[in-house]
Design a protein around this ligand. Structure first.
Ligand code: MTE
Ligand code: HPA
Ligand code: MOS
Length: 765
């Protein structure tokens, strides 16, 4: 980067901390606006026998009620398979499914009325979990199957073999800002929607379809989200479509802000997974063959379950070479909420499986798990082709793990820990180092494109717009830095405006961690276009050669002269030079064949590793994270403050997923953990006392990404696998050498207690 502070603060930091950042809920409403709320199904599966909503219309404050029959266009918000009704029609398929929405003069009146709907159901049998779905062959999509090599031939020949299984829990996004949309009717049948969404274009298309309108009738805007984490990739379309339908029928602005409990009941989460495996290995712990069954709970509809499960399948290797491998992946249909994108997008679940397998191999062979992991790492020049056929060209995992093992004193602490555990009957400690290798790009090649729109005003100030959305990850700051660097301006000269479908069309979701790669490059193209025009103008106006024009620090050196950027721009304007440009970018080199499951789905990989140490209380099952050391690869950082923030936040969100965030449905399929009182996300108190988070240095991206940086949004979440394995390690210390703890995720105190009991029935507990 050419200019300024290497780690400028988030462009909205001063607004975040002073409460002045505008979220959708803060947008002042027109005087005639109404508030809306959803009426939800109370049962998991059944036919709707009768739904009489007429009495609701007579309740105080109620202005309108909309159900399936009131949708003027298509009553569906699915972008893929047409299986997500906006309002349930005929049947309900999960407890919490929207049936109708009420618009009223106040938020309280709308919510009260939404709860008063009287619905008669004819209950149908409900399939609620993965095992039940597998037994019934209940799938939302066909199963996928990938084979490389000859796993079935190699398994019997292996020196040692192991079979096992693993249950991995889901996770609620718990974005601090819940789902919300505001629909504002405009002139001549057009509509403006403010949506808290990672995917404005999809909201635009689905609102248009629901209203029977065209895309150019609908504009969607999003200045920022208070967190998305994947939960706002597809689901905001439901909220926006319901608001738009009510606004269409009333002709009035509608604000639909979903209450937290309703949000948790209504919206999809991270997929929980089940894995059954058999692995063959040699006496050093090197895997020779693996067969694996993955199954996930997709819920009642497909949503993004296809690509999520594909990514899980593509990440069962994590950082390891699997020469002979077979994976079968089942996408289970259940009568629960439709699960969706969540930071890592199936990758974390896939990686959990191989990490457990390697941990069990190590314990079986009485080897340090770190050595077994090391023995299986991808090679640099050989053993470097993934099970889906992509060559790993940028392997830095050896460097990261060697450096981290040294700097965290892994070996010394391993010995100290053994001594501690020998002397402490109640508090046991555990230690683990786990690596991360995560593929960067949308697996659907089409989505790897982005656009930007850049205006330079005649006073020399710059307004930047691009297709990406800001959810706290610092995207707007990073893309503004790119424009500032290209134009030689201070960052303060660039203003980033709200994402808006009328400025940049046909955008992809801000997802797959790829937004700064994609939008950064698109904005760079736009800035370079404008710079070239300014250079051309300066050459003519000042009679210099192009190489004599240089942009730096808000100034432009033109031959011997130096003028301000604003002055050059002002003159260029008078000379009628266009000062606005679009930019477009598509990721090169990638291709993926969904049928054969072969190709190069990822432009490159992002790497990292973490060492975690935990203490567990054998009397209560409580765990405490004592220390974490992280070394993470972001290529050449675009903004080290933002990258470190993403690494810390992603890691702790992963710790929540694997230790405290438990989703619990009762036997009727009703989610019981639908509020912060029962669903425990990590807090500042869970941050360990001893922390070291460092960026890998001297390893620019080997691919030509924006300034050789790497994506950082999702990969660090998977660093939390080290915490889960440290807990496993502590539990294992209770049994004789070689015992394999049976620990499901999340490792809540109950789960830890259960695992300890299963190990040693006589242990305290
Ligand atoms: N960081 C914050 N603060 N809030 C978020 O919602 N979402 C994560 C990650 N980091 C998220 C976040 C997810 S799921 C993704 S895919 C990326 O950010 C998306 O942004 P990026 O493509 O700019 O990395
Ligand atoms: N990652 C995240 N979101 C997505 C993807 C992906 O690979 N594909 C479609 N949406
Ligand atoms: Mo992130 S799960 O790709 O929105």
């Amino acid at each position: 980067m050419a200019t300024g502070d290497p780690a400028p603060r988030h462009d909205s930091a001063h607004l975040h901390v002073s409460g002045r950042a505008l979220y959708a809920d803060d947008i002042p409403l027109p005087a005639n606006a109404l508030h809306a709320a959803f009426g939800l199904s109370s049962i998991a599966h059944g036919r709707i026998r009768e739904m009489d909503l007429a009495p609701l219309r007579r309740l105080p404050g109620v202005v309108a009620v909309a159900a399936a029959g009131d949708v003027p266009g298509v009553n569906n918000y699915s972008s893929t398979h047409h299986d997500d009704p906006i309002f349930a029609q005929g049947v309900v398929q999960y407890a919490g499914q929207p049936l109708f929405a009420v618009a009223a003069n106040s938020y309280a009146a709308a919510r009260k009325a939404a709860r008063s709907g009287r619905i008669e159901y004819e209950p149908l049998p409900a399939i609620l979990d993965i095992r039940a779905a597998l037994a019934a062959h209940s799938y939302v999509l066909p199963s996928a199957h990938l084979v490389r090599g000859r796993p079935h031939e190699m398994l019997p020949q292996a020196a040692r073999r192991l079979r096992g299984s693993l249950c991995i829990g889901g996770q609620d996004h718990f974005y601090l800002e819940g789902q919300i949309a505001i629909a504002l009717p405009q002139e001549d049948g057009t509509i403006l929607v403010h949506s808290s969404t990672q995917h404005p274009t999809e909201v635009q298309q689905i609102v248009a379809r629901a209203l029977g309108k065209r895309s150019n009738d609908v504009t969607v805007q999003c200045r920022r989200m208070g967190g998305g984490f994947g939960g706002k990739e597809t689901q905001p379309a439901l909220i926006a479509a319901a608001a738009a339908v009510l606004s269409y029928s009333t002709g009035r602005p509608i604000k639909l802000r979903v209450d937290r409990d309703d949000d948790m009941l209504m919206t999809g989460k991270r997929h929980d997974f089940l894995a059954d495996y058999e692995v063959g290995f040699d006496t050093e712990g090197r895997v020779s063959a693996l067969t694996l069954m993955l199954a996930s709970r997709c819920g009642y509809s497909a949503d993004l379950s296809g690509p999520v499960n594909d990514r899980a399948l593509m990440h069962i290797d994590n950082a390891y070479y699997l020469e002979h491998v077979e994976v079968v992946s089942h996408r289970c249909k259940t009568h629960t909420v439709s699960n969706t994108a969540f930071r890592g997008f199936g990758g974390p679940q896939g990686m959990m499986v191989i990490e457990q397998i390697l941990d069990e191999i190590a314990r079986t062979l009485r080897l340090d798990p770190l050595d077994v992991r090391g023995a299986n790492f991808y090679g640099v020049d050989s053993r470097n082709v993934t099970h889906y056929g992509q060559i790993v060209e940028d392997n830095v995992i050896h460097k990261i793990v060697d450096e981290l093992a040294g700097s965290s004193c892994y070996r010394e602490r391993r010995r100290a820990l053994a001594a501690w555990n020998a002397g402490n009957p109640v508090i046991k400690r555990g230690l683990a180092l786990t690596p991360v290798k995560f593929g960067i790009s949308f697996t659907a090649t089409m989505f790897n494109q982005a656009g930007a729109l850049l205006h330079v005003y005649s006073d020399g100030t710059v307004l930047l717009n691009h297709g990406g959305t800001e959810m706290g990850q610092g995207l707007f700051t990073k893309v503004a830095q790119v424009v500032a660097a290209e134009l030689g301006l201070p960052l303060s000269a660039i203003r980033v405006s709200a994402t808006d479908t009328s400025k940049v069309p046909n955008t992809s979701a801000s997802a797959a961690s790829a937004s700064s790669d994609l939008n950064g490059k698109a904005a760079q193209v736009a800035a370079q276009n404008i710079r070239q025009r300014l250079v051309r103008y300066a050459c003519e106006a000042y009679e210099v050669e192009a190489h004599e024009v240089r942009f730096h620090d808000g100034l432009v050196a033109v031959g011997e002269r130096e003028i301000s950027f604003a002055e050059l721009v002002g003159r260029a304007y008078q000379a009628r030079v266009s000062l606005s440009s679009t930019g477009f970018y598509k990721t090169p080199k990638i291709e993926w064949n969904k049928e054969t499951m072969r190709g190069r789905p990822f432009f490159y990989f992002a790497y990292g590793a973490a060492v975690s140490e935990v203490a567990i209380d054998t009397l209560t099952g409580e765990t405490q994270l004592l220390r974490v050391d992280i070394l993470h690869d972001v290529g050449t950082t675009l903004n080290s403050a933002i990258d470190l923030g993403q690494i810390e936040g992603g890691f702790l969100q992963g710790v929540g997923w694997l230790t405290s965030e438990e989703l619990w449905w009762n036997a009727l399929g009703e989610l019981q953990t639908h509020a912060p009182s029962t669903y425990k996300i990590p807090t500042a108190r869970d941050w360990p006392k001893q922390v070291s988070v460092r960026l890998l240095e001297g390893e620019p991206n080997r691919q030509d990404t924006i300034y050789r940086s790497k994506a950082v949004g999702e990969p660090p979440l998977m660093l939390a696998l080290s915490v889960f394995h440290a807990i496993r390690d502590a539990i294992a210390s209770l049994g004789p050498e070689g015992t394999l703890p049976d620990l499901a995720a999340p490792a809540t105190p109950e789960t830890v207690l259960r695992a300890m009991r299963a190990l040693s029935p006589t242990a305290p507990a």
